[in-house]
Each structure stands twice: as structure tokens, then as C-alpha cells.
Write a protein that binds this ligand. Structure first.
Ligand code: BGC
Length: 756
């Protein structure tokens, strides 16, 4: 490039070049070159700072009690930035803040970084926006993930990702610690509801759709954020069912069942990953080089960066006892492949790691690798150009269109488990008694990660949103609705009052379930629904009035004693802020439910056999007898499945088979039918499951209309992890199962199909 002619221009040019060199702006270099140039300027301390993440509480003046307003401690913030060069902050100070409060805080953080750090590397702020951007007031709040999975509608996961990203960016936040890609296979586990249910294919498909919506094609766009798949890997299968307790997972099972959802999210381009806070086979995941390097980077091909979970490096020493000191724990975790430590309260991690690098205990290449990965995501997010492009999106925050999307998701998640004598929908002229501990609580509709970590701070919830009771009152008029607060979650209050009130109504709407909880505080010792709630149900059932049970719960609590005497049962999951309206719509016929369970609903707390069990699970003497099967869900209309039509009877490894099935709505209401395709491998070298879900589709069908669903199955869908822990294919026969219909095809070696 020739020099500009005038001195003034020359100065401007030099200033711009300097600015660009420091900020890595639009200067023609690609991201690799920018990273290399920046890395070359960084001291060990600056590099380690990038790997350090602290919580906002670490730089706050206040403690975070109910009545305190958030106040940044500018001195602490400056210290974190100028002395420790922190690369990341996370979390909400206590409870959800307004967009303006977020913006004040985020702007101060970026301003301080620009002023007080030598290289002005922007901070990346991370948040748990688990079902919408739940730590900003008035955000759009979706059903929790297990409810999203019950819709079987991938568009909804994509839309949830899009809206969550936009509302997080509007709050100044470019990084979301979601989706959860563990599997809900142990219903005791208090994070069950954060999963997409028990099936790996479902979890992978929903996780990938959510990531695509959240990150888009260009994650630097003002309405996109970086995702964080979590918790890699094995966290969701604690033997005891308690949070953060040991898992035993043979490598074959790990690869066959737990890895595929993470692989799909990696293929969808997810930018970051958070590590399992617990241990697998006696090795804490944070210290497991095999998981962090071999499997994650070499095999899955993950190129983003790895963040720890809360305090989990220090815990290798204080809790897990695999390290004799905090410093040893730091060495272990960083050498195993951790890139960023969610410390989160102090700078001990930083001090230890700087020392370890200087002592040669952690190689500089490992540090450079970690820092490059972190810088790459910061560049990709456009943080160097504009760390907070909120002005471009803030107007769309909490829009009516977004609310409608959340309502649609809540409606589509509604799963009708029982409807004896077509008791539902109720006529709008009915007089009803509404009762039960979840009837009048916004927190019971939302669960954890709402307004506060535990989600159980009822006073914080927006007053204009509707509980189940309020939504019913609104729909049929308050005069037709009696409400009695007859029992809490664990305690009976006034059964007689409820029984008396029941005398004057046409139906009882009994809302049972769980209070809001999150992580370890949600541990339970017994899956049975607490006795007080069973007692309330039985007292009401004894009145002879129709009892409609509505379940608001984060995991399938055992309700066997009250199932038979309930006329109808609606599983509502944790449907979010619009959940009250969605429930009322279903109960009174304004919406025809189509949700289907993405997990097996157990009948007994000690019989937790899942849908994809083995044949030995159902030998004589054993049985598979859940309360409701995976995929169960009724409708107000009826569907008839035609015969399965296949375009060929056999495929080779390179071919795929097209499967069509006509479905007719034979009732008198339009409905959304979720169609599940299972495959049964008839014989294989590792005992086959009785069936496994391989495809699904969600479609609207009008009364009298017939629609044909088309699925393609390739050989990958028939593969499994064999005795040598490698994914293999075995020729043989496979049975397709769709609703009541079945068909058989074969997988053959290439040479056998030369005539096809
Ligand atoms: C949870 C993570 C969460 C992190 C940050 C941890 O306790 O296990 O899921 O992302 O906190 O809030």
C-alpha cells in the first residue's frame, strides 16, 4: 500500500493502524493471524488471566441478600482486570435484573477493561440462560428442556435458541451455558428437567437445533451468542441419583449412549463446553485427559474452549481428594485439557497457574493452546469490534412475538396421560374447584433457573403472568372457580375445606407436583410423590366428583396410588411463564394436546427400567410395566396409521431406505401428531435393546385429512458400539416400529446387492 500524501492523513493512518493492531479490528488479517499476533504480545500473567473466570459476586459491594440492590465494587473490578487480567465474568448477582441494570453493569465492565488493561482484551460474560434468558426481568421464558422435548418439534428448540440469544445480547451477555446434553435416565437426579429426556437421539437433535438457533451462521451477529454444551460427560447418570455423585459408565456405554448428543452439538458448531462436575469410574471429569483430550478434541473434533463447572478445579483437592493441594489440582486440570477455570470467588487459581508455568510444571504450549481457543471465540463473537452491540437488538427484547413462541412451546409440550371417558376437555360453563400446591404458584410453573438460581422466590415473579388458577379464572370467569389451599408440597393444610368445596362443583382440578429447585438442593431420597399430596388426592377422589390431575414437576414422581381414580391426568412439566395459560387452554378445549413423554414414567420408585431396555428385562418373571411409556401421549382427536411403505427391502452400508407412513386424523378436531420411528435390531453381537428411537416428526393434521410422513434411514442409524469400543455395523434384519405398524428390512454387505 502506498503512503498517504498529507501529514495529517499520515498521522490518522498511523493512529488507525495502532488502534487496529491493539484491537484486532477489520484489518484484513484472519482470526488465526490475529490470535498469533495477540498471543505474541501477552505475558504469562495476561495469558493466565484469560483462563480465569470469576463470578460477579467477587467484584460486588453487596452480599446478595433479598433486599440489597446490586452494586459493583469498582475497586475490586479494577483489581480483577488490571492486576489479574481476568478473561471472563459470570453469573447474576443474586436475582434477575432489568435490562437497564444489566447494561449499566456490562458497560462498566467493558469500560474498565478498556481503561485498565494493557491489551484491552474484552471480557466474555457468561450466564445460565436455561429456558429463555431467565436472569433478566421480563425476558421470554420457555418450558424447561424436558418439556421442549415433549413437543417433538425441533423448530421450537431453534426458536427458543434464537430468542434466548437475542435477549441475552440485549442484556449485554454474549455467552450462554446451555444446552444440557446429559440424559434424563435417572429420575431421582435433580437436574432431570434440564435434559431433553432419556433418549440420546432426541437429546442430540434438540441440542443441535437449539445451538443452531442460538449461534446462527454468524455468531458475531448482534442477536447471537456462543453456546456451551454441558456437562461433558456422564454427569446425568449418578448411581445414587444425587447431584454430583459418582457415575460408573463403561467406555462402551459412554460411547454408545452419552457421546452422540455431544457429537451432534459439536457438528452444529457449538463454541464451548462445560465439564461434568462429578466423577466417572473414579476419575473426576476435570482431571480426565482421556475425556478432555482424546475423546473431546481428537475424536469429536471439538475446536472451541473448555470451561470448568463452578469451583471444580479447587474441588479436585477439597472434595475429590485426587490432588494433595490446590496447586496440584490446577496442574492436573490444566494439563488434562481445561482451558478456563470457573474459579469463581478469588484469584488463587491465577497465582498457582502463573507459578506452575514459571516452574515448567504446565507447558507453555498448553497455555497457548488454551488462550488461543478462548481468544478465537472472543474474535468470532465480534467482541473485539463491539463487545456490547445491544442497541441493535434491545427493542426486540421481550416482544409479543417472542411471548407467543413461548406460549406455543408450552402448549405443544402439554402431554395428556389419561382421559377416561373423554372427561377432558371441560365445558367452559363448568364450575370447578382448583386446588393443590402447584395451583397458584408461578415458581411451580417455572422451576429452577428462573428469577433466581433455585427459582423458588415467588415474590420476584411478574404479577401480570398467570398461575394455573389465574388462567382458569380468566378463561371461564372467577365466579365459576373455587380455590382452596388444602395442602402444601409436604403438609396437609385443610382437606375438609377442599372436600366441602368439591360438593358444589362439576369437576376438581387438582394441581400436584414439586416446588422449584435446582442442582443439589433438589436431591430427594424417595421418588414417590409426598404423602400429603396423595392424601389430598384420595380425599377428593372419595367425593365422587371427576378429578383432573395436573402435574407440574421436574421429574416423574410416582403417583400410582392415585392414577386409577383420576379421571384425567395432564403432564405439564415445567412449562414456563406462559404455562398457566397453556394448561387452561388444554383443560377447556382451546388447545388440543399432542405432547408425548420424552422419558419413561415409572410406576414404582424401585422399578426404573427405561424404554430401550434389553430382552432380559422382560423375560418371564421380569416385566416392563411403567406407569406410562416413553412416547405416550393422548389427544382429543384420533389418528389412524396406515401401513409402512418402504422403497426397498434391503440396503448396503452406502445406501439409505425411505420409509413412508400415511396418517389420518379420524376425529373431529385438528391436532398435532408426533410420529416416532423405532428400530429393533433382531440379532447383534452386543445384546440389542428391545427398540431404539431413530427418527421422529411433528405434524398438524386437520380432521379427515391424511398426511404421509417420510423418513430416511441410513446405515449410521443402524450402527452401535461393539466389543472393541468402536462403532460398527452388522448385517442382518431390522424391524421398524411406528405406532401400531411394523415392517422389516435388511442391511446387507455391498456385494450382496449388486442387482439392486
Ligand atoms: C452448574 C452449571 C452452571 C454453573 C454456573 C453450576 O453450579 O452446575 O450448570 O452453568 O453453576 O452458574
Amino acid at each position: 500500500m502506498s503512503n498517504p500524501p498529507f501529514p495529517l492523513l499520515k498521522i490518522l493512518f498511523l493512529l488507525t493502524t495502532l488502534f487496529v493492531a491493539v484491537h484486532g479490528n477489520e484489518d484484513g488479517r484472519n482470526i488465526d493471524e490475529k490470535i498469533a499476533a495477540l498471543l505474541a504480545k501477552m505475558t504469562v500473567e495476561e495469558k493466565v488471566g484469560q483462563m480465569t473466570q470469576v463470578t460477579i459476586q467477587a467484584v460486588a459491594k453487596t452480599e446478595g441478600t433479598a433486599t440489597q440492590a446490586f452494586e459493583l465494587d469498582q475497586k475490586k473490578l479494577e483489581e480483577a482486570i488490571s492486576r489479574y487480567q481476568v478473561g471472563s465474568l459470570l453469573n447474576v448477582w443474586n436475582v434477575a435484573m432489568t435490562v437497564d441494570e444489566w447494561q449499566d453493569m456490562i458497560k462498566t465492565i467493558h469500560k474498565t477493561t478498556r481503561k485498565k488493561s494493557r491489551l484491552k482484551i474484552p471480557i466474555i460474560y457468561g450466564i445460565d440462560a436455561i429456558h429463555g434468558n431467565n436472569y433478566t426481568r421480563d425476558a421470554t421464558i420457555f418450558p424447561q428442556s424436558f418439556g421442549i422435548a415433549a413437543t417433538w418439534n425441533l423448530d421450537l428448540a431453534r426458536i427458543e435458541g434464537e430468542i434466548t440469544a437475542l435477549e441475552a445480547r440485549a442484556s449485554g451477555i454474549p455467552w450462554n451455558f446451555n444446552p444440557v446434553l446429559g440424559l434424563g435416565r435417572n429420575p431421582l437426579w435433580p437436574r432431570f428437567w434440564e435434559t431433553f429426556g432419556e433418549d440420546p437421539y432426541v437429546a442430540g437433535m434438540f441440542g443441535a437445533a437449539y445451538v443452531e438457533g442460538m449461534q446462527g451462521h454468524d455468531v458475531s451477529a448482534a442477536d447471537k451468542v456462543a453456546g456451551c454444551m454441558k456437562h461433558y460427560i456422564g454427569y446425568s447418570l449418578p448411581l445414587s441419583g444425587k447431584d454430583r455423585t459418582p457415575a460408573w459408565i463403561p467406555e462402551r456405554i459412554l460411547r454408545d449412549m452419552l457421546l452422540p448428543p455431544f457429537q451432534r452439538a459439536v457438528d452444529a458448531g457449538v463454541k464451548t463446553v462445560m465439564i461434568n462436575s462429578g466423577e466417572v469410574n473414579g476419575i473426576p471429569a476435570h482431571a480426565d485427559e482421556f475425556l478432555l483430550k482424546t475423546l473431546l478434541r481428537e475424536e469429536l473434533g471439538f475446536e472451541g474452549f473448555v470451561v470448568t463447572d463452578w469451583e471444580d478445579i479447587e474441588r479436585l483437592y477439597t472434595r475429590d481428594k485426587v490432588a494433595g493441594s490446590y496447586k496440584e489440582a490446577v496442574k492436573m486440570a490444566i494439563n488434562a485439557g481445561i482451558d478456563m477455570s470457573m474459579v469463581p470467588f478469588n484469584f488463587e487459581f491465577y497465582t498457582h497457574l502463573v507459578e506452575l508455568v514459571n516452574e515448567g510444571e504446565v507447558p507453555m504450549e498448553r497455555i497457548d493452546d488454551a488462550v488461543s481457543r478462548i481468544l478465537r471465540v472472543k474474535y468470532e463473537l465480534g467482541l473485539f469490534d463491539d463487545p456490547n452491540p445491544y442497541k441493535k437488538v434491545v427493542e426486540k427484547f421481550g416482544s409479543e412475538t417472542s411471548r407467543q413462541a413461548a406460549l406455543r412451546a408450552a402448549r405443544e409440550s402439554m402431554t395428556l396421560l389419561k382421559n377416561a371417558d373423554r372427561r377432558l376437555p371441560l365445558a367452559k360453563s363448568s364450575r370447578v374447584l382448583v386446588t393443590g400446591p402447584t395451583a397458584n404458584l408461578m415458581s411451580a410453573l417455572n422451576g429452577g433457573w428462573t428469577m433466581s438460581w433455585q427459582g423458588n422466590w415467588e415474590e420476584l415473579y411478574p404479577k401480570e403472568k398467570h398461575t394455573v388458577l389465574e388462567a382458569i379464572q380468566e378463561k371461564i370467569g372467577s365466579k365459576q372457580v373455587s380455590y382452596v389451599d388444602a395442602a402444601g408440597f409436604q403438609d396437609v393444610k385443610d382437606l375438609q375445606a377442599a372436600v366441602t368445596a368439591a360438593q358444589n362443583v362439576d369437576a376438581i382440578i387438582l394441581c400436584l407436583g414439586e416446588p422449584a429447585y435446582c442442582e443439589t438442593p433438589g436431591n430427594i431420597g424417595d421418588l414417590d410423590l409426598p404423602a400429603a399430596q396423595i392424601e389430598l388426592a384420595q380425599a377428593l377422589q372419595a367425593t365422587g366428583k371427576p378429578v383432573i390431575l395436573v402435574l407440574l414437576e421436574g421429574r416423574p414422581r410416582v403417583i400410582r396410588p392415585i392414577v386409577d381414580q383420576s379421571d384425567a391426568i395432564l403432564m405439564a412439566y415445567l412449562p414456563g411463564m406462559e404455562g398457566g395459560i397453556a394448561i387452561a387452554d388444554v383443560l377447556f378445549g382451546d388447545y388440543n394436546p399432542g405432547g408425548k413423554l420424552p422419558f419413561t414414567y415409572p410406576r414404582y420408585s424401585n422399578d426404573l427400567t427405561l424404554y430401550d431396555h434389553k430382552f432380559t428385562d422382560v423375560l418371564e418373571g421380569n416385566s416392563f410395566h411403567p406407569q406410562w411409556e416413553f412416547g405416550h401421549g393422548l389427544s382429543y382427536t384420533t389418528y389412524e396409521y396406515g401401513d409402512i411403505i418402504m422403497d426397498r427391502a434391503a440396503i448396503t452400508e452406502e445406501q439409505e431406505i425411505t420409509i413412508r407412513i400415511p396418517i389420518t386424523n379420524t376425529g373431529d378436531r385438528s391436532g398435532r401428531e408426533n410420529v416416532l420411528l423405532f428400530i429393533r435390531d433382531k440379532v447383534r453381537s452386543i445384546t440389542p435393546p428391545v427398540k431404539q428411537l431413530k427418527r421422529f416428526a411433528s405434524l398438524e393434521i386437520q380432521p379427515g385429512e391424511s398426511r404421509t410422513v417420510e423418513f430416511t434411514i441410513d446405515s449410521a442409524a443402524l450402527s452401535f458400539v461393539g466389543r472393541d469400543n468402536a462403532r460398527i455395523l452388522e448385517a442382518g434384519e431390522f424391524e421398524i416400529i411406528i405406532g401400531p405398524k411394523t415392517a422389516t428390512f435388511s442391511l446387507v454387505k455391498s456385494e450382496d446387492t449388486s442387482e439392486q
